[in-house]
Write a protein that binds this ligand. Structure first.
Ligand code: UD1
Length: 442
């Protein structure tokens, strides 16, 4: 997919299923390095990021395959490789999740530092401090983290940073601690459902973990992990994006294969913005008739509104009946979507860490360029509501985190077509002028 053309103005109606969670699948795939037996993941989404990690794992001796039912099978064929190739890690930040499992299972890990990205500063200091606390001998050489430990030792590890707990840092340290000798206590652990899912997977493979879903995890190290069969949780970010599509087009959409309890803060935000929300068994229905009401929204670590829906909410509030404010406590600099939303007629001003959004009556179709995964989703939503035609260049970002989003939205009545770069015309600026040399998603 290179570009998307959206003819806006259709109210969305119908029922659609969310896919499996990307952010749960990636660390679980990385943790398969720990397992001596086969791993089978059902409901793992078919995304570019999942394929990238599968390719990286292949370099590390873990073979993967999808069966006809869509289940993802992972099996370690060779436990000797310990070096993750630079290109693949730099293509996707979550690849850094192989560090803890490699170190714990193979005694050595050489993993490139993931570097910066276009949603703001994203350090890995907490990952490194956590693994050092477990006894890893760790150094950084020419952009690589080189970690060694003949046997990790249980320890006390604190994973809270200035902007909250680190999610993939928790995944890395938790995955390493399951094979450490003795007990590890992680304080300031991320409580995101994706970490709980990783924990459930590890327990199914033989790990001993207490406290999942709280910020204190107690891990009793075991000698080894077997394989496991595991069903990945539904993607709460995709579900929220689909509900936002209903809200922004003033339609009625039911999203199935969803865990409403993972979306409490998001559903509260919808209600505050005037949408009607009904929660059922693994199902959420949203109905919106009028312009959204203005709200103040702060993206926070779980159970708050996720930073990964901040951009999409900004698209909705661009059409609100009044002024809204959005802040992102997790990634305060996540704001590249502001300029592109403005091209569609949104009135958004950035003041310090706040985005001030003056709702307008309507957005108008225009040519825009995607800058990262969730910003692309925000542009799709805005395009659905805009009058006329919107063309989103470089929309391939979408497939990194959403399985067939255009098709799912079309099933609800949207008019989105995938178009080639020739049909789309040149983007308004060259890649070099606008973006860093490598891009990362969450
Ligand atoms: C994960 C998610 C991403 C989501 C983010 C926050 C995956 C694959 N990605 O990213 O979609 O947006 O959580 O919910 O699950 N930080 C430090 N030191 C560190 C690590 C992080 O200070 O060592 C800071 C970050 O700069 C950020 C905050 O902690 O301000 C949270 O980041 P973190 O949870 O680590 O994000 P990721 O795990 O990379």
């Amino acid at each position: 997919m290179d570009a998307l053309r959206i003819t806006g103005g259709q109210r969305l109606h119908g029922t659609v299923a969310a896919g499996g969670s990307k952010n749960a699948t990636l660390p679980i795939m990385a943790a398969s390095i720990l397992c001596d037996g086969p791993v089978v993941l059902s409901a793992a989404p078919w995304l570019t990021d999942v394929c990238t990690l599968a390719e990286l794992l292949r370099h590390l001796g873990v073979e993967s395959q999808r069966d006809l039912a869509g289940d993802l099978h992972l099996c370690t064929a060779d436990i000797t490789p310990t070096t993750a190739p630079t290109g693949l890690v730099r293509r996707m930040r979550a690849s850094f999740c192989v560090l803890g499992p490699l170190l714990a299972r193979r005694g050595r890990a050489v993993v490139p530092l993931p570097g910066g990205c276009n949603i703001g500063h994203r350090p890995v200091d907490l990952h490194l401090a956590g693994l050092t606390a477990l006894g890893a001998n760790l150094r950084i050489d020419r952009g690589f983290v080189i970690a060694e430990a003949r046997q990790l030792q249980g320890a006390k590890v604190e994973l809270r940073g200035p902007n909250g707990s680190t999610v993939t840092g928790t995944a890395n340290v938790l995955s390493a601690a399951v094979l450490a000798r003795g007990t590890t206590i992680i304080t300031g652990a991320a409580t995101e459902p994706e970490i709980v899912d990783l924990g459930r997977f590890l327990i199914a493979a033989g790990a001993i973990i207490e406290g999942l879903g709280t910020d204190t995890l107690e891990i009793t190290g075991v000698e080894g992990l077997a394989g496991a069969q595991h069903e990945v949780i539904p993607d709460r970010i995709e579900a929220a994006t689909l509900l936002l599509a209903a809200a922004i087009t003033r339609g009625t959409v039911s999203v199935t294969h969803v865990r409403p309890e993972h979306l409490t803060a998001v559903l509260e935000a919808f209600s505050a913005a005037g949408a009607l929300v009904a929660v059922g068994n693994h199902k959420i229905t949203l109905h919106a008739e009028n312009r959204p009401l203005p709200i103040d929204l702060i993206a926070r670590p779980y159970p708050g509104v996720p930073t990964d829906v901040q951009a999409q909410f900004m698209a909705l509030l661009a059409l609100a009946d009044g002024a809204s404010v959005i802040a992102d406590d997790v990634f305060p600099e996540r704001s590249l979507h502001l300029a592109e939303l403005a091209r569609l007629g949104a009135r958004i001003e950035r003041r310090d860490r706040l985005a001030l959004i003056e709702g307008v009556h309507r957005l108008s179709g225009a040519e825009v360029t995607a800058t990262d995964l969730r910003a692309t989703a925000a542009l799709v939503l805005a395009g659905l509501a805009a009058r006329g035609e919107t063309v989103i260049h470089e929309a391939e970002y979408l497939q990194r985190g959403y399985e067939n989003l255009p098709e799912k939205l079309n099933q609800l009545g949207a008019k989105i077509t995938r178009i080639s770069p020739t049909q789309a015309g040149a983007p308004r600026f060259s890649r070099q002028s606008r973006k860093p040399a490598t891009h990362f998603t969450r």
